[in-house]
Design a protein around this ligand. Sequence first.
Ligand code: C2O
Length: 535
Amino acid sequence: AAVKRYQFDIVVRNVSRLCHAKPIVTVNGRFPGPTIYAREGDRVIINVTNHGQVNMSIHWHGLKQFRSGWADGPAYITQCPIMPGLSYVYDFNVTGQRGTLWWHAHIFWLRATVYGAFVIMPKQGDVYPFLQPDQEANIVLGEWWNADVEAVEMQGKQLGLPPNMSDAHTINGKPGPLFPCSEKHTYAMEVERGKTYLLRIVNAALNDELFFAIAGHSMTVVEIDAVYCKPFSTDAILIAPGQTTNVLIRADRTPGRYFMAARPFMDAPITVDNKTAAAILQYRGVPTTVLPSLPSLPAPNDSAFATGYNDKLRSLNSPRFPARVPLAVDRRLFYTIGLGVNLCATCVNGTRLAASLNNITFVMPKVGLLQAHYFNMKGVFRTDFPDRPPKPFNYTGAPLTANLGTSLGTRLSRLAFNSTVELVLQDTNLITVESHPFHLHGFNFFVVGRGVGNFDPAKDTAKFNLVDPPERNTVGVPTGGWATIRFRADNPGVWFMHCHLELHTTWGLKMAFVVENGSGPEQSILPPPKDLPTC
Ligand code: C2O
């Protein structure tokens, strides 16, 4: 195994998109930021120096951080932010993982511009358990706001209003030619006829699940969230914020120029923003004057496609890459996901929207929860997060418009080391139903079941897939439905869990687990690094 070192300088740069120039926060002046390359088993050391004006913190999304929670990155959860002028070294091992993950700022809405791919190659000499591609490319999907993103975030926070939607979706930071002034901001990938390509697709958008397709070319899905899956072919993929998907494509069409495109999936009864990002698959030698053809993407509200697509996702579950699904469950949790309101003196209507789990809107602490846990600081958090909602109701029935007040708290749930956990995430119709990509830090989990309506233990448990369910770090809880995940709590530390729609996280759709140390060797949190930021 090798040691891979990176220097991340946080600097503000002027970037122009959609006929607007504005200063944005970047890593090393690049947008999107640099790709990190490592191999399974490597140690990765990234020195982040904040030359900007605002606090910073970076999360390595999907990296398990076994015992190294200090390097996980969510601000006020595993560390205090890196203040302007200061540095922090993220130092961790990439153990037992290979595939596509990504990294992003984990403070305010800074991940709008501070993000990049994290590519973990198999160990030297290992091959992919599928057709070896001739070449690889990263396709990182994102969102662009013409407005200052911090101001957009504040609309939601201080005024209590739903903030502006983004003005464009992007592919590798570029919206593509369907937007004004964007001819030159179009990503193009050159391919050679007859060759096979591995696309590493990341959804780094803040608030939109996306469909992605390539005109004339089907894709073979081979990996999701850095876990190999049973290959299947599809004309479009669905990818939620936080998720990654590797696909193989073969450049076997009439040499030409073909659009790749991404646009939102949105089946909730809310405004659809339909801003299609486009990039070009360019066959070598074809003149750039040839007009590309658009792929057909599923309709924005095509829930049937979404369900069918998700049902095809299965772990590879081969002798080399077995799916280690916990068959016995030590701890059963049931969390409702809902919207509601809280009183707010500074807000336009005197209230603001609040999102909650089991009716609790998470309040961010003033110091890092991991420090508070490690050093036994009192009064920072409680560990009485309820295992189920206060009282059951018809979760997905008619919209509930009464009793929407949520309670506030920094409440965590404590898990015994190595215990197996089953968690049902149940969407509710408080104000409205909506889909929620849920991300758990520190672990992969198995998605043993998903469905629409209310989770019914008697009926739905019997249908769980305990053989080859998809293993991932972010699951889309369907609109007006539920998803059940299982994982083994074998990583001691404090681990954030939240909706990866940034808007919902801002409204409090988050909580954290405290996983106790085990009693054996190498079963406890490593000591904190000397340069750990202070608040
Ligand atoms: Cu990619 Cu806590 O997030």
